[in-house]
Design a protein around this ligand. Structure first.
Ligand code: BGC
Length: 742
C-alpha cells in the first residue's frame, strides 16, 4: 500500500498563518467558516450580505453570475471584521460551458491524460466566473447500473477510478492551487454511496469493512494522495451509521490512517438528515454527531450555524473540534491563495480559445465511444459507397440531451448534434434523410414510425440515435428496468423491416440491457452522453475519420436480475463454466433435483454479461502475442515487467487500450478472479507492432486481509494482458517473502 503522502503535509509558514488567524476569531466567526449557504437562483446578494459581513458564512454554493460572485466576495473581504474570503462552490462535474462526456464516458477513454485536460479546461472556465471550488471528482465505485449516479462515476473498477479520479484532481487543481484558473477539487461521496441497495439513490448501504477497504476506499486514498483539497460525505447510511456521522470513516480512516489535512463538507443538508435517518432526535444532536465525527462544513442545512455555539457552551462539542475544523477550512483558503488575491482573481484566469476547448471535448468524446458490435465490418461507412443515410431517433438532434446529467452551466448552443455532425462531415456527398421517429426517448407514441421507416427504406444505411434523455440518469434518477425506454425497441423492429443495415448510436447515462435489440443492429456505437462535441465525434467515427477506441468501464448485464455483475467478482466455491451451465430450455422435464455438479449462474441468463468490462472493438484488429515476464519469481519489495507484443493486423491506424489483469490464486481472504493493474493506450499504424510493457511492483499486489490491514502475501499469481477483462493470454509468477530463498 502507498505510504502517507507528504506533499501536502504540514507547511510551517501556512500553519502559522492559519494559527494566527484562528487565534483572532470569535466562536461565532469560527462557526461561520463551517457554514456553507446556498446562493443559487432566487437568492440575492442582498439577502446574504448581513450574514457574510457578520462572519457567519464562510462558503457559498451555486452563485455563478460573475458579478454576484464578485459582490459576495467583496463583502467578505472588505466588509467582514477579519476579511476572510469565501469559498465559492459549484458542481463542475464534466465541464462548465463546454461539456465533456459524462464521467462514465470519460472513464471509457481509459486515458488519464485526456481526463486531466478536460478537468483543466472546466476549471479555467469556472474560475473565470469566480468559482474556486468544484464538487468533483465523484469517485464512488458503481456496480449497479440502475443507480442514476453511475453516470457521474468512473465505473466499477477501483484501479481505473483511482487513476482517473486522481487525474481529475490534478486537472482541477493544477500544480499550484494558488494559480488563477485552479479550483479546489472535492472527492465525493465518502464513502460507499454507490452500493445503495437495489441501485436506488440514497438507500442504505451495507458494506463489510474488508470490501469497503478493498473496493470502495482506494479511489479516495488515491485522491488524497493526489492532494485533493476537500472531501464530501455520502448521503447514505453505511452499516448503520450514516456517512455524515461516521467517525470510523472520517476520523479513523481518513485522518488517522491517511493523514488527510484538507476539510470535509457534508452533502446537501446531510447533517440535518441524520435525524431523518433516525440516528438522532433532532438538529442539536445531528450537529453534535456530525461535528464530532469530523464533518468540518455544513452544506446548506444551517444546522451548524444554529446549533454549534450552544453545543460548545454546554461542553458537548469541544472547542478543539471546532478549531480543527476551521483550521482545515482556512488551510484550503490559504492554499488557494484567496487571501492574497481576492477580489479580482477571476479576471486573471488565463483564457483558452474556444477552439482549443472544443478540441479537447471532441478528443474526449472520440475516445469515449465504445464500439460494441460491428457485424461484417459494416462500419466505418464510406462516403464513396454511401449515397444516402437515414438519420433516425429521438436523440439524433438534441443539443441538450447529449450533454448528460449535471451540466447546470453547460452551453447547449455550442452542441454539435449527431445530425449536425453528419451534415458537416458528409452533407455535401451523402444525402441525409432525417426522421425523428419518436419525440423523446420515453415516448409511447408510434406516430413517427412510418415516416422513419420510409426514410430507412430509401437509404443505404440507417443511423439510429437511441438511448436515454439526460434526465433519466443522475442524482435520484434510478431505474428498475434499464432497457431502452419508451417504444424504442418497437421502433427498432419497425426500422429493421426496411432491410437496410441498421447502425445504432446509443447515448445513455448508464449501461443498458440491450439484449432484446442487439441482434437487430448491424453495428452499435455506445456513446454515453458525449457532451458538446458528441455529434462531431460520432460522425467522425461513423465515417472512419477515426476508429473507435473506448472500452467499457463497467459491465453491461444481459438482464437486470444479474445485477450486481462486475468483472472482479469473487470466484465462489462452485464457479460456473460453459460445461456446467444448463439454461432453462435445456433442462429435461421432471429432472430430479441434485446439488452435485451444480454451479453458480442464472437459469435464464447464464453467468456472462452481455459485454464484459474492458470490452470495446475497433475498425482494425489487434493481435496480442508473446506475453513475457522478465522474471517468474519475485520477492516482496521487488517489481517485475510484463510485456506483450501488440500488433495492428488490420488496415486502419487506431488506438488500442491494452489492459493488464492479475489474479492472486490463494489469499487469507478470498481474492477476485481478476483485478485490473495496468492500462496503456497505444496507437498503431496498419501492420505496426509494438512491445507494450507494464511494471508490476509487489506493492501493487497488496490487499486488506482478515484484520483489515494491508498485506502482501507470498504465493502464486496469474497475469493476463489483452483488450478486455476476458483476455485469454496468460502467464504466471510466484511471489516470495522478502529475503526468501528461491
Ligand atoms: C449532491 C452532491 C452535490 C451537491 C451540491 C447534492 O445533492 O449529492 O453531489 O455536489 O448536491 O449541488
Amino acid at each position: 500500500m502507498a505510504t502517507a503522502d507528504h506533499s501536502h503535509g504540514p507547511d510551517s509558514a501556512l500553519e502559522q498563518r492559519v494559527a494566527a488567524l484562528l487565534a483572532r476569531m470569535t466562536l461565532a466567526e469560527k462557526i461561520g467558516q463551517m457554514n456553507q449557504v446556498n446562493a443559487g437562483e432566487g437568492v440575492s446578494v442582498e439577502s446574504l450580505r448581513e450574514g457574510i459581513r457578520a462572519g457567519r458564512i464562510g462558503a457559498v454554493l451555486n452563485a455563478v453570475d460573475p458579478e454576484s460572485v464578485d459582490a459576495l466576495q467583496r463583502v467578505a473581504v472588505e466588509e467582514s471584521r477579519l476579511g476572510i474570503p469565501l469559498l465559492v462552490g459549484r458542481d463542475v462535474i464534466h465541464g462548465y460551458r463546454v461539456v465533456l462526456p459524462i464521467p462514465l464516458g470519460q472513464a471509457a477513454t481509459f486515458n488519464a491524460d485526456i481526463v486531466r485536460q478536460g478537468a483543466r479546461i472546466a476549471a479555467l472556465e469556472a474560475a473565470a466566473a469566480g468559482i474556486n471550488w468544484t464538487f468533483a471528482p465523484m469517485i464512488d465505485i458503481a456496480r449497479d447500473p440502475r443507480w442514476g449516479r453511475i453516470a457521474e462515476s468512473l465505473g466499477e473498477d477501483p484501479y481505473l477510478a483511482s487513476r482517473l479520479g486522481a487525474a481529475m484532481v490534478e486537472g482541477f487543481q493544477g500544480e499550484d492551487l494558488a494559480a488563477p484558473g485552479a479550483v479546489a477539487a472535492c472527492a465525493k461521496h465518502f464513502a460507499g454511496y454507490g452500493a445503495a441497495e437495489s441501485g436506488r439513490d440514497y438507500a442504505t448501504t451495507n458494506i463489510p469493512e474488508n470490501e469497503l477497504r478493498n473496493v470502495y476506499l482506494p479511489p479516495f486514498r488515491a485522491a488524497v494522495d493526489a492532494g485533493v483539497a476537500t472531501l464530501m460525505t455520502s448521503f447514505s447510511d453505511v452499516n448503520g451509521v450514516p456517512a455524515t456521522a461516521n467517525a470510523f470513516l472520517l476520523r479513523q480512516v481518513l485522518r488517522q490512517e491517511w493523514g488527510y489535512r484538507g476539510f470535509v463538507v457534508s452533502d446537501w443538508s446531510s447533517i440535518q438528515q441524520l435525524a431523518v435517518h433516525g440516528l438522532t432526535a433532532g438538529d442539536t444532536d445531528s450537529a453534535c454527531e456530525a461535528a464530532i465525527a469530523g464533518v468540518d462544513m455544513d452544506m446548506a442545512s444551517g444546522v451548524y450555524a444554529a446549533q454549534l455555539e450552544g453545543l460548545v457552551d454546554s461542553g458537548r462539542v469541544g472547542i478543539e473540534v471546532i478549531d480543527a475544523a476551521v483550521a482545515s477550512i482556512l488551510r484550503v483558503k490559504f492554499r488557494l491563495g484567496l487571501f492574497d488575491q481576492q477580489p479580482g482573481r477571476a479576471t486573471r484566469v488565463p483564457a483558452v480559445a474556444i477552439d482549443e476547448r472544443l478540441r479537447i471535448a471532441k478528443q474526449a468524446a472520440l475516445q469515449s465511444v465504445v464500439l460494441l458490435k460491428n457485424e461484417a465490418g459494416i462500419l466505418p461507412l464510406s462516403k464513396a459507397n454511401t449515397q444516402s443515410i437515414a438519420v433516425i431517433g429521438p436523440l439524433a438532434d438534441e443539443p441538450y440531451e447529449q450533454l448528460g446529467t449535471w451540466i447546470f452551466d453547460g452551453d447547449r448552443s455550442l452542441s454539435v448534434t449527431g445530425l449536425q455532425g453528419l451534415r458537416d462531415l458528409v452533407g455535401g456527398a451523402v444525402e441525409i434523410r432525417y426522421a425523428r421517429g419518436m419525440e423523446t426517448s420515453r415516448s409511447r407514441s408510434t406516430a413517427g414510425f412510418y415516416e422513419a421507416l420510409e426514410a430507412a427504406r430509401t437509404s443505404d444505411a440507417v443511423i439510429l440515435f437511441l438511448g436515454e434523455e439526460s434526465i433519466l440518469s443522475g442524482e435520484a434518477h434510478c431505474r428498475a428496468d434499464i432497457g431502452l425506454p419508451g417504444e424504442q425497441a418497437r421502433l427498432v423492429q419497425v426500422i429493421r423491416q426496411a432491410g437496410t443495415p441498421v447502425i445504432a448510436v446509443i447515448m445513455a447515462g448508464r449501461p443498458l440491457t440491450l439484449t432484446n435489440v442487439i441482434d437487430d443492429f448491424d453495428a452499435v456505437l455506445f456513446a454515453w452522453h458525449p457532451g458538446t462535441m458528441g455529434g462531431a465525434a460520432v460522425a467522425d467515427l461513423l465515417f472512419g475519420v477515426e476508429s473507435p477506441s473506448g472500452k467499457l468501464p463497467v459491465t453491461f448485464p444481459r438482464a437486470v436480475g444479474q445485477i450486481p455483475i462486475y468483472y472482479n467478482q469473487k470466484r465462489g466455491g462452485k464457479p460456473p463454466s460453459p460445461e456446467t451451465t444448463v439454461l432453462i430450455d435445456d433442462i429435461p422435464v421432471r429432472a430430479p433435483q441434485t446439488s452435485i455438479g451444480n454451479t453458480s449462474y442464472h437459469l435464464d441468463a447464464g453467468y456472462k454479461p452481455l459485454f464484459p468490462f474492458g470490452h470495446g472493438l475497433s475498425y482494425t484488429t489487434f493481435e496480442y502475442a508473446n506475453l513475457r515476464l522478465d522474471r517468474t519469481v519475485l520477492r516482496i519489495g521487488e517489481a517485475l515487467t510484463v510485456s506483450v507484443e501488440l500488433k495492428n493486423t488490420g488496415r486502419i491506424a487506431a488506438d488500442e487500450v491494452a489492459q493488464l489483469y492479475v489474479r492472486d490464486l490463494v489469499g487469507q481472504v478470498t481474492r477476485p478472479v481478476r483485478e485490473l493493474k495496468g492500462v496503456q493506450r497505444v496507437r498503431l499504424a496498419p501492420g505496426e507492432a509494438a512491445t507494450v510493457a507494464f511494471r508490476l511492483h509487489s506493492d501493487d499486489l497488496a490487499f486488506f486481509g482478515r484484520d483489515n490491514k494491508p498485506i502482501v502475501e507470498p504465493g502464486e499469481f496469474h497475469v493476463w494482458v489483452g483488450g478486455d477483462s476476458e483476455a485469454g493470454l496468460r502467464a504466471a509468477f510466484r511471489l516470495l517473502a522478502a529475503g526468501a530463498a528461491q
